[in-house]
Design a binder for this molecule. Sequence first.
Ligand code: PRP
Length: 188
Amino acid sequence: MSTPPPYEEILDYVLIDADRLQARVAELGREISADYQADRDLVLVGILKGSMLFMSDLMRHISVPHNVDFMDVASYGAGVRESSGTVRILMDMKVPIERRNVVIVEDIVDTGRTLQQVLRLLAARRPTTLRVCTLLDKAERREVPVPLDYIGFTIPNVFVFGYGLDIDEYYRNLPFIGVVKPGLVISE
Ligand code: PRP
């Protein structure tokens, strides 16, 4: 894989700058803290790799004790879907979730298919509660209904990158959410 051009050549405009992002992440952390104040047995489950930065910032704003774990699932649509219709688990989480309160942490919900399958997988493990926190909701693109309990920003149907989201596996480290210039051939 060849290295990409500088991100400035890919960036059309900044959709959500770092200050707005951080302010909203802090709000989400406070909301989650308030909701789990009474029942403190909380597990955050990040879906790799996009949720990395969001998780690391979000957890710093969650004031109730909690576990953090990660799961990596194979994207649907690349011939990886099993006959059962479930996504393939590339790396399972290790922390047990039975009879615990679980919040799935996603960077973006697009068609909803990944999350639908992750919700099915985790629900089968009998958590007490199972909720979803996504930084970005590309609602226009939804193909299957998924319940979203905490939403950072609802965004239009544009190709975004930065703050965990990649372009061909690059630029996940940018502190803002940017929009890719129209016409560039990229995979989100
Ligand atoms: C992205 C994102 C979600 C999924 C959303 O992951 O992190 O898991 O796609 O899309 P959907 O709603 O259409 O299912 P991706 O497969 O790009 O992997 P990554 O997080 O490792 O970049």
